[in-house]
Each structure stands twice: as structure tokens, then as C-alpha cells.
Design a protein around this ligand. Structure first.
Ligand SMILES: Nc1ncnc2c1ncn2[C@@H]1O[C@H](COP(=O)(O)OP(=O)(O)O)[C@@H](O)[C@H]1O
Ligand SMILES: [Mg+2]
Length: 364
């Protein structure tokens, strides 16, 4: 992994949250931004720095493809909580003597616990038959367990890529956030705002969630930080012209910066020699952009292709004329591209669109 640059403000905020949590005031932070902007890396850098003073960091990564079991990110978090524990610690975390229900409920999520901690028949009273009630009980048990873990040491939980989470997992995160304000628990969630905007249901769920915590929108690296990144990769001060070109082409998206820098390094051009006004698009970047485009309707893709030939900024009327469509149709088609963050409303007028990145336009 390359050197880490910038993000001092965000790290300061997260660290303040952690010291608050360590003092017994739990918090939730939500890191949001477009793909490749550095959400996972920021959480990772924060988590690794946090581990030192006896803090336990547990990750749950949401799965983009189908087929994951319900509560998949939480299953990973719970497993991480049991990580290197011995039987005695496990029993303490489960609190199986005092709260047999917890072991029973957590056993639903972690089958490996079921055999070892199945409470005797005298403990297993009637189970709720109403699904809402059953879910509430499960949520309460997870909170009890996490609080038991946090009694041993402060607990940082990172749930990465919330836009891919199953909805019960999001509800559970919200439940934990609102019931752990008196615990040594710091919750960090990440999500792609571009993805969330495309689903009314996700927008609602994430909106509910953000009322329980603090939002940290992640923006691109500054030009100076892009310079630091290049310097970190080449081992010497970066060429100014190269840095400014790179910054303009990528808007400081670290995934894009990283991809182009690797390509330049492979071609021996990282010192700025032989670099023109445009950059070759690395396969990884092309693929990342392609994945965003395939989710949009074909008509929108066609309109975007036409727009990309016109320029970095296009006017609705012109786009309509060139693609032989009504202006209203163009607006409709571009709606999806706006939500996906492929284009932005141009600052110079409402009837104009601007590509979010020069690289996106080139990829098209
Ligand atoms: N602040 C940073 N400094 C250096 N590299 C970064 C930084 N942020 C992200 N990266 C790199 O950019 C790429 C994309 O970052 P990632 O965290 O995976 O994005 P996201 O999770 O927002 O999609 C990764 O290779 C990552 O290591
Ligand atoms: Mg990520």
C-alpha cells in the first residue's frame, strides 16, 4: 500500500470521538463519498493507530454480490470480538450465566457458538413468535454482548460499505448507535453517497442512521496532497506541472491518482518527462468507472457518450439537438447520472452539466 497523505482534519475528529468513547460516551461516525475517494483507507489508518492503547477494533465488510447471510457484517464483527478469547473470556462476553438469552440469540448468528453455549432447557423460555419482537430481542442481545466486550477495553467497530448492507444490518447499526451512548463503543460506518442517492429506501435508512451520529463527507485530495502522493511514490519532489495536470484530471480522487501514478511509474514518466495534457487511463480506473456506468440505463449511457464528445461541460439544449431528443428527455436521462455522481450540475447554470472527473469523460 502506498503512503498515506492528508486527512488530518478527519483523523482529528475520529480521534476526539475515540477519546470520548474511551471515557464512556459512545459515538457513531459516518464517512461518505464517491468510490475510490478513500473511505476504507481512512477507517483503516484510524483503526490501526487506535489499536495501540488496548483498544479492540472489529471490522464488518458488507458484501456487494448476493448470497451473504442476513446480518453478514455483524457476523464478522461478532466473530472478531470472540477472536483470540479463551473459554472463560467467551463466557464473560456472553454473560451466559446472568443472561442466558444473549447466548441463545447470538447463537442464531454464530452457529459455532450454538453447541458450546446452548443454554439448558430451564433457560430457554418461550421465544417470541412475532418477527418484530424477535428482532428487537436479537438487537438487545447484540448490544448487551458488545457492551460486555467494551467492558474489557474500548471497542471500535467499523462497518465498511453500508450501501451494500442488508437492511436489517442497517437497522441493527442504528439500534446499537442509539443504545451505546453510555458505552465505550465507537462506531464507524462508510458508504458511497453516489450509491445511496440512487435508492429511496437506502436514502431513508442512511438518513435515519445519520441522525444518530456525525457525518464526515470525504472529498478529493488537495493539489498539494496529490503532490505529496507523487513524491511518496517517486521518492523525490514532484514535478509541479505533472501534479497540477494530475489534480485536474482526477479531482484528487486517490483511486484515480494512484492508478495514473502507477502507470506513469511503469513508463518511467513519474518525473514529468514526456507527459502531455492528458493521461492514459489505467485499467483499474476504467473498470471502476465502467462499473458505475453499467448501473445506469442504456439511454443515459448513450447520452453521456455524446456529452463526453462535446466537452467537460455541456448545455442541455445542445445535447438535445445533437442526440435528436427533447430537452425534457435529456433532463430525465441525466437525472440518474447526477445521482450516480457521474455528472454534476454545472456551477455556471442550471441547464448545464459538468463531468465529475475529466477521467470519467475520457473513459466514456
Ligand atoms: N489519503 C490517502 N493517501 C494515500 N492513498 C490513499 C488515500 N486514500 C485512499 N488511498 C488509496 O486510494 C485507493 C482507494 O481508496 P479506498 O479507501 O479503497 O476508497 P473507497 O473506500 O472510498 O472506495 C486505495 O488504493 C487507497 O489505498
Ligand atoms: Mg471502500
Amino acid at each position: 500500500m502506498g503512503s498515506f497523505v492528508g486527512r488530518q482534519r478527519e483523523l482529528t475528529e475520529l480521534r476526539a470521538g475515540l477519546s470520548d468513547a474511551t471515557a464512556g460516551h459512545g459515538h457513531l461516525f459516518l464517512l461518505s463519498g464517491e468510490p475510490g475517494i478513500g473511505k476504507t483507507r481512512l477507517a483503516d489508518e484510524f483503526g490501526r493507530a487506535a489499536v495501540a492503547p488496548g483498544v479492540h477494533v472489529a471490522w464488518g465488510r458488507c458484501w456487494e454480490g448476493g448470497g451473504a447471510p442476513a446480518y453478514w457484517p455483524w457476523i464478522q464483527v461478532l466473530r472478531a470480538c470472540f477472536g483470540n478469547t479463551d473459554a472463560e473470556q467467551r463466557a464473560a462476553i456472553l454473560g451466559s450465566e446472568a443472561t442466558p438469552q444473549v447466548a441463545l440469540d447470538i447463537g442464531q448468528l454464530l452457529p459455532e457458538l450454538r453447541a458450546a453455549y446452548a443454554p439448558g432447557p430451564r433457560h430457554s423460555g418461550p421465544q417470541p413468535t412475532d418477527p418484530e419482537q424477535a428482532r428487537f430481542q436479537l438487537f438487545e442481545s447484540v448490544v448487551t454482548l458488545l457492551k460486555n466486550v467494551a467492558r474489557i477495553g474500548p471497542l471500535v467497530i467499523v462497518i465498511d460499505d453500508l450501501h451494500d448492507a442488508d437492511h436489517p444490518s442497517l437497522l441493527l447499526l442504528k439500534f446499537i448507535a442509539s443504545h451505546s451512548k453510555d458505552a465505550r463503543i465507537l462506531l464507524v460506518g462508510t458508504y458511497r453517497d453516489t450509491e445511496v442517492r440512487q435508492s429511496p429506501e437506502l436514502t431513508r435508512l442512511i438518513g435515519d442512521l445519520s441522525r444518530e451520529g456525525y457525518s464526515i463527507p470525504i472529498a478529493g485530495l488537495s493539489e498539494a496532497e496529490v503532490g505529496e502522493f507523487v513524491a511518496g511514490s517517486s521518492g523525490k519532489t514532484a514535478d509541479e506541472k505533472l501534479v497540477s495536470g494530475l489534480y485536474q484530471a482526477t479531482d484528487g480522487n486517490p483511486l484515480f491518482v494512484d492508478g495514473v501514478v502507477r502507470l506513469l511509474a511503469a513508463e518511467g514518466k513519474l518525473d514529468g518527462t514526456g507527459v502531455g495534457d492528458t493521461f492514459k487511463i489505467p485499467d483499474g480506473v476504467q473498470e471502476s468507472i465502467r462499473r458505475r456506468l453499467v448501473k445506469l440505463p442504456e439511454e443515459t449511457n448513450r447520452t453521456l457518450s455524446i456529452a463526453s464528445v462535446i466537452g467537460n461541460e455541456v448545455e442541455t439544449q445542445l445535447l438535445a439537438r445533437v442526440s435528436r431528443s427533447a430537452a425534457g428527455e435529456i433532463v430525465e436521462r441525466m437525472e440518474g447520472a447526477l445521482r450516480a455522481g457521474i455528472v454534476l450540475d454545472s456551477p455556471s447554470g442550471a441547464s448545464r452539466y459538468r463531468f465529475s472527473h475529466a477521467l470519467v469523460r475520457e473513459a466514456l
